[in-house]
Design a protein around this ligand. Sequence first.
Ligand SMILES: NC(=O)c1ccc[n+]([C@@H]2O[C@H](COP(=O)([O-])OP(=O)(O)OC[C@H]3O[C@@H](n4cnc5c(N)ncnc54)[C@H](OP(=O)(O)O)[C@@H]3O)[C@@H](O)[C@H]2O)c1
Length: 296
Amino acid sequence: MKNIAIVTGASSGIGKSFLKTIIKERGIFGGVPFDEVWAVARRADKLNEIIDSLGDDRVLPVTCDLSDPDNLAELEEQLAAEKPQVGLLVNCAGIGFKGAVEDQTAKALEDTLDINCTALSKLTRICLPYMIEKDKYLSKANGPRIINVASSAGFLPQPGFAAYAASKSYVINFSRALAFELMDYGICVTTVCPGPVNTEFQSKATGGAETEFSGFRQYVVADPDKLAEASVKASIKGRRMFVYGFSQKALHLASKIIPTDLILYIEHRTMPVERTSAAGYTEPDKKTEVTKEEET
Ligand SMILES: NC(=O)c1ccc[n+]([C@@H]2O[C@H](COP(=O)([O-])OP(=O)(O)OC[C@H]3O[C@@H](n4cnc5c(N)ncnc54)[C@H](OP(=O)(O)O)[C@@H]3O)[C@@H](O)[C@H]2O)c1
């Protein structure tokens, strides 16, 4: 039976860095190198470019739109046909759009929840039969692993990034529950919570407006390669929660001890959410109202 790793979001950013780490560290998981690494994303050209640059024929492209139930069903069929041992699942694909909720398209909101929450949960369900070895309690060091990439945005509600932050709260809570569900099977689930990372994500989140980190963010922005390496090490150590970087650890602590509404109120007063189109809301026309009152 072949031993495989599956990495979603592999066509760029942190997912690409996970690919690099996994193939570099041959035999990190229980000393057994993966026979294949399935690199999952929609953009076949990007996947092929990355795979060429890695120069490792164990990495195979799997073109899949995780928000499409038919594509997920195809992936499930592929697993059923090949019946591998899934030694590692990295759920890294994710998207988010900044701005007030009324400025978001319905599709943007739907995709955020579909990819960040639904697809991550469904793919985990699809892979688990190939990870759980019933009646065989493996040791934590050798057992299969799941790494779910959440975000420090999931620690607190985030006005101006509301759906994304809520979706990452889901990832944190789903993964933490899963860690205990799977504990007796020796399967380690690690929830990774980075702050800002230098990838395509930020410019996609702002529709291209934010391409470089400035102000305070330039000091806290993480390098995707270092993040992936540290996350894999945390998984090997059996960590269930991995908050990356000092600033994000401080934020995590603050989110636990300071009342949430107080944080949100201060944020609202100091950095109010910018509105662009204010779609669906128009200022009441006072003149018209007065005219109506006068008429009655
Ligand atoms: N960058 C940050 O500041 C940051 C901070 C905290 C957490 N994170 C989280 O880290 C993860 C990776 O983000 P990143 O920074 O590496 O972003 P990225 O460079 O934009 O990569 C996102 C990945 O998700 C894939 N993806 C998006 N929609 C998909 C779909 N419908 N089906 C399949 N794959 C899809 C993309 O591939 P295709 O477009 O080719 O499909 C791409 O490979 C995300 O979960 C994100 O929320 C990022």
